[in-house]
Write a protein that binds this ligand. Structure first.
Ligand code: HGY
Ligand code: MN
Ligand code: MN
Length: 422
């Protein structure tokens, strides 16, 4: 074959691989599809189970073996060299309620396609490959988030996770058994790679296609329960009230004030309350109880600690003002911490080779790599999110950017598999 026709053949292969990726992405997005163009695949639901089974069929069709561990993490194993250690890649197929099609799912499918492409050109590989679909990254139905990777990395005990209940009292164990994706597999991994949509605007604003994630923001999340006393909204005089809803609302507003007061030019503080449940939530009843989750994040550990201390100081003042009792429940925290610098260099060299514009970014959101980087050398990459929209049915990454990410991830995986990272 002449050089020209070899080049033409490889361009055809690339466009076939690109078409295959986009077709799989579209098929995957039909599971749990919502009318608004997103997906609802909360962890352990039927829609999550259908997506997991579809993914299983896809990778088994390419010669992977699929296994599950005790908390439902799904491992697609591609053995290239019997007995060799594994490099793992992954993300999550579960979503927020009315979530987007890209968050997590893009990373799992990209990892699978990169491994499929590597299989066709595996000369020189020193590692076997595992693609992991982590259970319950989102943490919406069952708290906390990043649940499966927290167990895998020894941050949470499996037994505690299996007994965790959703708001209807269903346990993780029951949910996993109902979708049939639970087992006893375990795997040692030598390194971990993840690609995800940015969920922010910096890449788009800077005209970049690839983000090399240099570190996480720190996050402190707290479950609070505000206890009041149920009463008649009309007949109970103000002085006699113990209004849990008032106390909880003051806590939400305090969190926002803290973001405004503690953010500096150099280090932003981001706070939110994403979950708020009122009991008994009835029009003519003063609330007896509110459960809420308050989330504080910052790039700087000292700024985060100061904001956190202020939140806790304000809790005492709110108890007095609303005449309620505020109890702190479970917490979920992770530190602001760097990713492996040599991994970033390897990803930069891969992007240079493909001519893709890249820059360094920090991740505000937690990812499974947030956990994995604490136990093995880890590389985390981003592709752009249109207008930074995420956790929203309108979440969007262009086909072009998705495909650039798949090409880069394939190039990077090839280098990692040949031993250029660990
Ligand atoms: O960022 C989060 O809180 C979630 O774990 N992705
Ligand atoms: Mn995600
Ligand atoms: Mn998410």
């Amino acid at each position: 074959m002449s050089t020209t026709s070899t080049a033409a053949a490889s361009a055809t292969d690339r466009s076939e691989a690109a078409r295959a990726f986009l077709a799989d992405f579209r098929s995957m997005s039909t599971f749990g599809a919502t009318a608004g163009g997103g997906v609802d695949r909360q962890a352990g639901t039927a829609a999550d189970g259908q997506t997991r089974n579809w993914f299983r069929g896809l990778v088994e069709g390419h010669g992977f073996e699929v296994r599950y561990d005790a908390v439902g993490n799904q491992f697609a194993l591609l053995e290239l060299i019997p007995g060799a250690p594994y490099v793992a890649m992954g993300s999550h197929l579960d979503s927020q309620p009315l979530g987007g099609r890209f968050d997590g799912a893009y990373g799992v499918l990209t990892a699978a396609h990169a491994a499929i492409r590597l299989k066709e050109a595996a000369q020189g590989a020193k590692f076997n490959i595992a693609v992991i679909n982590w259970f319950n990254e989102e943490g919406c139905r069952f708290k906390p988030s990043m649940m499966g990777s927290s167990v895998f990395t020894g941050k949470l005990p499996a037994e505690q996770v299996l007994e965790t209940t959703d708001p209807h009292g269903t346990t993780v164990r029951e949910a996993l058994e109902s979708i049939g994706t639970i087992g006893d597999f375990s795997l040692d991994v030598a390194a971990y790679l993840e690609i995800h949509i940015e969920q922010g605007r910096s890449l788009e604003d800077d005209g970049l296609t690839i983000g090399l994630v240099e570190s996480t923001w720190g996050a402190n999340k707290y479950e609070f329960v505000v206890h009041g006393e149920q009463a008649h909204t009309g007949a109970t005089v103000i002085a006699d009230r113990h209004d849990a809803l008032l106390g909880a609302s003051l806590l939400v507003a305090a969190a926002r004030d803290i973001a405004d007061e503690f953010s500096t030019e150099e280090h932003a503080v981001i706070t939110s309350c994403g979950e708020f449940t009122v009991f008994p939530n009835s029009p003519v009843v003063v609330a007896s109880r509110v459960n809420l989750l308050v989330d504080l994040r910052s790039t700087d550990p000292d700024v985060l600690a100061a904001a956190d201390a202020e939140l806790h100081r304000r809790v005492a003042a709110i108890e007095q003002r609303a005449s309620v009792e505020i109890k702190r429940g479970a917490e979920h925290v992770w530190a602001s911490k760097a990713y492996d610098a040599s991994g970033m260099k390897l990803a930069a060299a891969s992007a240079d080779k493909l001519g893709l514009p890249y820059g360094t970014v920090r991740t505000l959101a937690g990812h499974d790599s947030t956990n994995m980087k604490d136990i093995v050398p880890t590389i985390m990459l981003f592709v752009p999110s249109v207008e930074g929209i995420s956790h929203n049915e309108k979440e969007l990454t262009s086909d072009e950017d998705m495909l650039a990410g798949v090409d880069l991830f394939t190039e990077l995986l090839g280098r990692v598999a040949r031993g250029e990272f660990v």
